[in-house]
Ligand binder design. Sequence first.
Ligand code: SF4
Length: 347
Amino acid sequence: MSSAVTPPPKKVNRIGLEVVNYKGSKTTLCAGCGHNAVTERIVECFYELGVQPWSVAKLSGIGCSSKSPAYFLGLSHGFNGVHGRMPSIATGALLGNRTMLGIGVTGDGDTASIGIGQFMHLLRRNLPFIYVIENNGVYGLTKGQFSATADLGSKLKTGVINELPPFDCCALALQWGATFVARSFSGDKKQLQAILKAAITHKGLSVIDVISPCTTFNDHEGSTKSYSYVKDHEEPLHELDFVPFYEDISTEIAEGELKEVAMHDGSKLRIRKLGRDFDPTNKFQALEALDKANTSGEVLTGVLYVDTSKPTFMDMLSMDDAPLATLPESKTRPPKEALDQAMEELR
Ligand code: SF4
């Protein structure tokens, strides 16, 4: 007699979706490329936090990194923009519908070279947007030339030495107004997850610079963006935990060793001190720490800065909460009296 075997129940998140609902198409990037690990973390974080995929707008520019949105959140809205112009498209999309959660994935070429102007203007606006830089120090798509984030003195496979100083995207983000700034490493799963989850709950601009090695063109001896260099020189500022608002937050950790940052939805970012006394709400301390790390060749990772008090771009513009496309004409067009008054003033 045969007995029917009951399949185990499918694992779902708090909104009833399986992890497969957060995946995209199969990656076409090189085997071992750091960007694939970043994609996996994005899938896990959106799944674990129970974000509705159809409420997400994912954007990118041009480069190997900018292919990544095709590999996650296949049920979301997506737009692959012109090289270096993703910030203005994100700004327009999110102003048009502020109920969307925006995430952009870009590279060091897309951000620090052709897109540096757009990046700077994004920084000063505090747009609620997650801006992930997959930073490998080279232009992978055009066969591995140095990018503007390549470290001084780092070496190409061909032996060419970089003689120009790099832009530090985290330092730029701190100086020009981003309200959540972090650096991580694609090989550090736990840290990158905690940072991404905190960024998802942050209402403002989150800049996450992820050192994401290019295995094909920049993973050799002499590169400062290789797996082995970052593993040997990574200096985590602290140990991070992220506790979502719907989980019990009264757990573990000795007092005095821990700083909790309340995120906008009531979630907590728990920051445990490792050797150094670092306050992630002190922008000047963050800039000083980055400067020291850059001089000594360390790769400083962790949350460098969080400010949950600054108004967002939408708040500054007094934008309506509803998507613009759903507003009645009475809300999108000034009344006749306003025109009459303007005309009167010009007489
Ligand atoms: Fe990744 Fe480099 Fe391959 Fe591009 S060329 S997919 S950055 S490993």
